[in-house]
Design a protein around this ligand. Structure first.
Ligand code: TXA
Ligand code: MG
Length: 392
């Protein structure tokens, strides 16, 4: 299949170009399009056959449900059984925007879209290209991130091209996305909203809007083999770079800072009290990363380092990439997946990364990083022998 790439001028969106894309969607085809979070791979969300094509193009297990994207809030009505009070508040506060909510599904939503679940994920993106495309198609658009399964989510049309060329009908190129990590997911089917995936609508913002919010344990640590995560996607080793990624962190960031209990009952989680986001990374972390890099280089491996602008010139060896200024979480989030992809392209064997505070957008950054690392974290005051543990 020939994949057509169409450039869209975000400041002057040409409806004729988007109409061609909308027609593909209405005819059951696949179109990748920009959203404010990451690029999505869209198909008619009410057509099981179209959903099947998404799974095939991504190489994704079909028990992993898709998010339905809508262009105005009222479009949710036929898709769900009800819109609870908390969901209404969250919609008012954050739609259009990077927030997905889980509702009991209506009968028109096929199980082929929801991975067999009785619930459906719905989001209204703010990106003007996404919004206009969905409106022109006149359908809820099922769209996972437009990467091949296991690859980092795409934040540019070029990333989509790398993964999807020849597999889908069209890519709308609206330039780099704004946020760079996927939407926040909140389950609103129960009495208390549950955060299933952290994103740019942060825990702090959710709590400010609806009060108490629980946290799914899949966010903070590896899942036990017998536990079914509420967001089935969280069980896969997502965002996985081809290299072995290891995070290096100061112990005080884990325990020394003190832990705080968040959530209640089944979903309670111990969370680290974060250090201020702008706190400089310690000499101990830099020294440990440099020693690890040297060790792997001397064994003949290709090694990458993920750091920030403040520390970039303190890593003399390996392929060093900065995510931006440490105190600017938006910048860090925005470059994270692009840097992981670049290391894939450079075929590095090992990547050592600085870690980040876990408050605000840092919760999403650290969630994606620790998952990409398979939860392999080295603490600076641990002995070397212990470093081999922890990789799941
Ligand atoms: O920012 C985003 O959300 C992007 C853009 C394209 O909108 N989309 C995205 O989709 O990240 P995807 O498919 O890569 O991730 C969707 C996540 C998966 O972890 C999936 O398991 C979860 O949402 N999910 C979808 N429907 C669900 C449901 N009914 N219940 C629980 N989790 C659900
Ligand atoms: Mg994804």
């Amino acid at each position: 299949m020939l994949t057509k790439v169409i450039k869209i001028d975000n400041d002057n969106i040409d409806d004729r170009l988007l109409t061609e894309a909308a027609e593909i969607l209405c005819a059951g085809g696949l179109v990748a399009f920009p959203t404010e979070t990451v690029y999505g791979l869209g198909a008619n969300g009410l057509d099981e056959e179209a959903a099947r094509k998404i799974y095939a193009a991504k190489g994704r297990p079909s028990d992993n449900p898709l998010i339905l994207h809508i262009s105005s809030a009222e479009e949710i009505v036929p898709l769900v059984q009800s819109v609870p009070e908390a969901a209404r508040k969250l919609m008012d506060a954050f739609w259009p925007g990077p927030l997905t909510m889980i509702f009991p599904k209506s009968s028109i939503v096929p199980y082929g879209t929801t991975g067999g679940l009785d619930t459906v994920a719905v989001r209204m993106p703010s990106d003007p290209v996404a919004n206009r495309l969905i409106a022109l198609a006149g359908l809820p658009i099922a769209a996972p991130s437009a990467n091949r399964s296991g690859r980092p989510s795409p934040t540019t049309a070029e990333h989509v091209m790398q993964d999807m060329d020849g597999r889908i009908e069209m890519i709308l190129d609206g330039g780099p996305v704004g946020i760079g990590v996927e939407s926040t997911i909140v389950d609103v089917t129960g009495d208390v909203p549950i955060l299933l995936r952290p994103g740019a609508v942060t825990m702090e913002m959710l709590q400010e809007t609806v009060g108490h919010v629980d946290i799914d344990p899949a966010i903070t640590g590896p899942m036990a083999a017998d536990v079914r995560p509420k967001a089935p996607g969280m069980k896969y080793r997502h965002y996985a770079p081809k290299a072995e990624l290891v995070l290096v962190e100061e112990r005080k960031n884990k325990a020394g800072g003190g832990t705080r209990r968040m959530g209640q009952g089944r979903y309670a989680a111990e969370l680290t009290v974060p250090e201020p986001v702008s706190e400089p990374i310690s000499e101990a972390v830099i020294g440990r990363i440099n020693r690890l890099v040297q060790e792997k280089l001397s064994q003949g491996y290709r090694v990458g380092v993920i750091c920030t602008d403040e520390t970039e010139n303190q890593y003399p060896a390996g392929i060093v990439r900065s995510l931006g200024i440490r105190g600017q979480q938006e910048t860090i989030a925005h470059s994270l997946f692009a840097v992981l992809r670049e290391f894939d392209d450079l075929q590095v064997d090992y990547i050592y990364s600085e870690s980040f505070a876990r408050d605000h957008l840092g919760q999403a950054i650290m969630n994606r990083l620790t998952k990409a690392a398979g939860y392999h974290v080295i603490y600076t005051n641990e002995k070397k022998e212990e470093e081999q543990h922890g990789r799941q």
